[in-house]
Design a protein around this ligand. Structure first.
Ligand code: FSO
Ligand code: SF4
Length: 521
């Protein structure tokens, strides 16, 4: 195996024996084969451009399965390869798991030139992140033929292009498509569930049995809420599902009780203590401990051998969550972990309606800088940097956040500026789009000609491939001087890093003191 797609790649080079995430060499190889089939299917599609929607649906779901911490189930991966092979009328449609494992494949290292490899993988990794967002939008019935066509075309290019200048262009095109994909998902979420509202979310527990829902899929959560509304069960969110509480059409369910626990990497502690069943609708799944594994259910692109999987919808019929509900009814209520509340729901329309107050605070100097600290969290010790950075920010700064990165500072008491808490949570990682829109609106309101003249700085934490598409989308929007950390991606070659530094001013974090001086002054 060789995998270097996430921030926790071994030695910041790549995982070769077993994934730091727990991925086995077999799973990694199957994912390589699946990606290869997706690329070949995209190349074939490009020849006649037939069946765009169907093939894009299949490929986005398949690539979603290869994202970090999403799917560890070899049978499910083999089935996904068979389905793509079937579409291509390739003999592999009838192969067994063992045949796939024996299939020779070059994987990431097929490119001897490290810059070609770096740029191709940067594009593939960005498209994987975008796949997740397009899949979520599709689950809510939002699809755009032109986005799908561009997606397939760019994926085909990752297979056929080998020249550095063309690959540089490809990476930027992936970023631009990322903006469109995130806009589509924002539309899907807000038209389906209403615009996020400022909401206080409980952190404590009730005295009824509970189901804990993690991941990003709001439709799964909605169907589970509907199926449990009269069952004497409370539904809790975990990690990236927290922002579900901000949506009016989800918060109307009174048994959507609160948020339990913290970030994805703390799930061993959180799932253990929860007592009831846990539903992983997407990543981030950590290989479950035997003490709670039988309580873990997966659905959609998520999977883990030995955990029960809730099958996909058939047509317009909702998923059947009854096995989870039956288990919940036999379980004791969750153990309390903490008390208090979190406040969030500061997506673009909420902040747009508060624009006069924001502008007033900026012109009076009450707010001197907005610090975008969106992205992902991870388990590495050096991520305490983000807690320290948040604590060290002067009191006249506001943190704009989205994604699970927020758990590094969203429970600190950082106070408020006027009516605004100093940490404004827009939502899930895809809601970084909201933050970009806020920047565009602020630029217009302040009459500036360049987004980079705003009092906004970017200190982004990354972990997996969705953060990569967020980063590429920000670059495509013209945002410069973004700091990323805790380390630069292993898939950036020295030359590609240099190009990103020279063209976009992209930089890695150093230490709190240095970065505070550089970003805040
Ligand atoms: Fe986090 Fe995981 Fe949302 Fe990611 S829970 S790390 S970028 O899946 O997608 O922020
Ligand atoms: Fe390693 Fe990350 Fe790949 Fe897992 S996803 S094998 S941790 S690089």
């Amino acid at each position: 195996m060789f995998c270097f797609q996430c921030q926790e790649a071994a030695r910041n080079v790549g995982c070769t024996i077993k994934g730091v995430c727990g991925k086995t060499p077999e799973t990694s190889d199957l994912q390589d084969v699946l990606i290869q089939f997706c690329q070949e299917a995209a190349v074939r599609w490009k020849a006649d451009r037939q069946g765009t929607r169907e093939i894009a649906q299949e490929i986005t779901r398949a690539l979603f399965m290869t994202i970090t911490n999403a799917n560890f189930d070899n049978q499910a991966l083999a089935k996904a390869i068979q389905q793509i092979a079937h579409r291509m009328d390739h003999p592999a449609q009838d192969w067994t798991l063992e045949q796939f494992l024996r299939m020779p494949h070059a994987g990431i290292l097929e490119d001897a030139d490290e810059d070609v490899r770096s740029l191709r993988q940067l594009a593939v990794i960005g498209l994987k992140g975008l796949s997740a967002y397009l899949h979520h939008a599709a689950m809510l019935g939002y699809e755009q033929e032109n986005i799908y066509a561009n997606f397939l075309s760019l994926l085909a290019d990752t297979e056929t292009l080998h020249e550095v200048p063309l690959l540089q262009r490809l990476v930027l095109d992936v970023g631009s498509l990322g903006v469109q994909g995130m806009a589509l998902l924002d539309k899907a979420n807000t038209e389906t569930y209403g615009d996020p509202e400022v909401t206080k979310v409980r952190l404590g527990v009730g005295n009824r049995p509970g189901i804990l829902v993690s991941g990003h899929d709001l439709r799964d959560l909605e169907e589970l809420l509907e199926q449990t509304s009269d069952k004497g069960i409370d539904i809790y969110t975990h990690s990236e599902m927290l922002p579900a509480h901000y949506y009016p059409r989800l918060k109307r369910f009174t048994h959507l009780y609160g948020n339990y626990g913290s970030s994805w990497w703390e799930q061993e502690r959180d799932f253990e203590q929860f007592n009831g069943p846990v539903l992983l609708t997407t990543n981030c799944l950590v290989p479950p401990k035997s003490s709670y594994k039988e309580r873990v259910f997966t659905t959609g692109a998520a999977g883990f051998e030995g955990c029960r999987h809730i099958p996909d919808r058939e047509g317009s019929k909702p998923k059947d969550f009854s096995p989870i509900i039956e288990m919940a009814l036999r379980c004791p209520p969750p153990k309390p972990l903490e008390d208090g509340n979190l406040v969030g729901g500061f997506a673009h329309r909420t902040l747009e309606s508060a624009a006069p107050q924001i502008l007033q605070a900026v012109t009076s100097g009450a707010i001197t800088k907005f610090v975008v600290m969106a992205g992902c969290d991870g388990r590495m010790k050096n991520r305490t940097y983000y807690t320290d950075f948040a604590k060290s920010l002067p009191g006249n700064t506001i943190i704009l956040t989205a994604g699970c990165a927020k758990y590094r500072y969203n429970k600190l008491d950082l106070g408020s500026i006027g009516a605004f808490p100093r940490v404004l949570d827009a939502g899930q990682c895809n809601d970084s789009y909201s933050l970009a829109l806020i920047a565009v609106k602020l630029k217009e309101a302040l009459g500036l000609d360049d987004i980079n003249k705003l009092p906004i700085v970017y200190n982004i934490a990354w972990y997996e491939q969705k953060a990569v598409i967020v980063l590429l989308a920000l670059l495509a929007l013209g945002v410069k001087n973004i700091r990323i950390g805790p380390t630069l991606p292993a898939f950036l070659s020295p030359n590609v890093s240099r190009i990103l530094v020279e063209t976009f001013g992209l930089g890695s974090i150093q230490d709190v003191e240095h970065d505070m001086a550089a970003l805040i002054g």
